[in-house]
Design a protein around this ligand. Structure first.
Ligand SMILES: C[S@@+](CC[C@H](N)C(=O)[O-])C[C@H]1O[C@@H](n2cnc3c(N)ncnc32)[C@H](O)[C@@H]1O
Length: 237
């Protein structure tokens, strides 16, 4: 197995054993999207959705297949996941676009180019790789990309208010070591190394304040059992 396949197989095992509560995330995402769709004005155009860090769509595909979308764009930094996502989604009655790219660059470039606003932005477990400054820039850029009345669903890991990155990483590593026996030692190692090297979750309270300053209304729509995984629903203020 090459490096990507090893890392992705470890992530798949985490999802399959529901170690990061992906089942609850999927249910909360469906509730947020379906509630928003129901509340839209009759006769509104079918919404365009962009998924930042779409991954292989293993979890989101069943929901995407039943949503009355006007278009879907899946964007991911890792080229290898895009054909997996396309295959998981299968045939849908709306146009799909697959972009290999960086989500922050997409947000910045799209707002510069005056592209059509997006009705639904979605990102799950991807933004925590950005630095705090990059997250703030992203929130500002996405604010100029969202259509009036649009919806941004941000699922991710977050730090407790006032918690340091080190303290967060240490408690997450302990959680993996003590509570993830379904993974092989090698898989636990992959996840732990990735987390310790790349993860930079936002502080819950600081990011909420930054989002509000960037013109978003913020609502915590779901919080997992481990003081880390959560879903925020952002709408233009
Ligand atoms: C943990 S996976 C989550 C995949 C999927 N959203 C899910 O919830 O199962 C994170 C995904 O985000 C992508 N990613 C990470 N940083 C990114 C960036 N800066 N721009 C675009 N994609 C990124 C990774 O390649 C990976 O596919």
């Amino acid at each position: 197995m090459d490096f990507f396949a090893q890392q992705w197989a470890s992530y798949r095992a985490v999802v399959e054993h529901d170690l990061m509560e992906h089942q609850a995330v999927a249910a909360a995402t469906a509730a947020a999207l379906e509630g928003w769709l129901t509340a839209r004005e009759a006769g509104a155009l079918a919404p365009r959705m962009v998924d930042l860090g779409c991954g292989d769509l293993a979890l989101l595909a069943p929901l995407l297949r039943r949503l009355p979308l006007g278009a879907y764009t899946g964007l991911d930094l890792t080229a290898q996941v895009l054909p997996l996502a396309q295959q998981a989604l299968g045939d849908v009655p709306y146009p799909c676009q697959w972009i290999e790219g960086d989500l922050l660059r997409w947000a910045n470039e799209a707002s510069d180019n005056g592209e059509e606003p997006v009705d639904i932005l979605h990102s799950a477990f991807a933004i925590h790789h950005l630095s705090d400054r990059e997250k703030h820039t992203l929130l500002e850029s996405l604010r100029s990309r969202i259509a009036p009345g649009g919806l941004f669903i941000w699922v991710d890991v977050f730090r407790e208010a006032g918690e340091s990155r080190d303290a967060y990483v240490q408690r997450y590593l302990q959680r993996i070591a003590a509570g993830w026996p379904q993974l092989s030692p090698e898989q636990r190692d992959h996840v732990s190394q990735h987390l310790a090297t790349y993860d930079n979750p936002a502080d819950r309270s600081a990011i909420e304040a930054a989002a509000k300053a960037a013109g978003w209304h913020w609502r915590w729509a779901w919080t997992g059992a481990h003081r880390a995984e959560a879903m925020a629903v952002l709408t233009p203020a």
